[in-house]
Design a protein around this ligand. Structure first.
Ligand code: FPP
Length: 237
């Protein structure tokens, strides 16, 4: 969700106002994705690297996260959305973690869209955590090294049950992966929007989805291998 700070600065405001406005985009995009029938939406809200930011900005973001987790409960309830957070969640302040667990528990039986918030998330950390857990299982005799395949690794990632993303959207014109879901996005399609996250609303999402709908995905094979019934997320709109 890039460009919050730039969006605010370009209006002569403090950076954090961009984060505040970014929450309105989170609500708009989450609700619209649920309405369109998207199965899962992962929002990169705070990276492991973001802890390097000034303390005041971190504190603001953690407070914003806490109020988001409480204020957006009605949105999650009304739209049958299940919240699931990924990352090194124990790094979060205790009050934020408490609200996070409570919101996850409240929405756990929802069978609509999964909203995944990546918090204190880093893909390299996730892979290191997975490698450690796998090594421990090998040491305990629960896992044979010769039985480790691509899908074995998936089982050790933070959220093995959510399918890999089909589409990765980046805002503010950024063309980097920034340590996000490196394993899971192996075959994701990219869409880069020039606008900052606070301006990324329903219309911008539709442009990204329409663009995705026009892509041919071969997954390394040939066009003829692609199942014709592969659904595009633009369906139902
Ligand atoms: C990146 O923009 C954004 C973040 C590090 C924080 C994202 C947070 C929100 C959108 C609001 C809170 C969200 C939830 C779900 C509580 P940036 O600060 O790097 O902006 P810049 O690239 O213009 O400097």
């Amino acid at each position: 969700m890039d460009g919050n700070g730039r969006w605010a600065k370009s209006r002569g405001w403090k950076r954090v106002r961009g984060h505040q406005e970014g929450v309105n985009s989170v609500r708009a995009i989450t609700t619209e994705c649920a309405r369109l029938g998207v199965q899962s939406l992962t929002l990169y809200a705070f990276s492991v690297e973001n802890w390097k930011r000034p303390k005041a900005e971190i504190n603001f973001l953690m407070k914003l996260l806490r109020s988001f987790l409480v204020d957006e409960r009605p949105t999650l309830m009304e739209n049958n959305i299940r919240l699931h957070c990924i990352g090194r969640l124990d790094d979060l302040p205790a009050e934020s973690l408490k609200e996070l667990r409570e919101t996850e528990a409240m929405t756990k039986d929802h069978d609509g869209m999964v909203l995944r918030l990546a918090l204190s998330y880093g893909s390299r950390s996730e892979l290191a955590d997975a490698a450690r857990a796998m090594a421990e299982d090998v040491q305990a005799g629960k896992l044979e090294p010769s039985a480790i395949h691509d899908e074995t690794l998936r089982e050790y990632l933070y959220d093995p049950s959510t399918p890999d993303p089909d589409l990765l959207i980046r805002t503010a014109g950024e063309m980097r992966l920034s340590n996000f879901l490196l394993w899971q996005i192996s075959y994701a399609e990219f869409f880069v929007a020039a606008m900052g996250w606070p301006e990324f609303r329903e219309d911008a999402l539709h442009v990204a989805l329409d663009n995705y709908g026009g892509r041919t995905r071969k997954f390394g094979g040939l066009v003829s291998d692609v199942a014709p019934e592969t659904p595009a997320p633009t369906q139902g709109r």
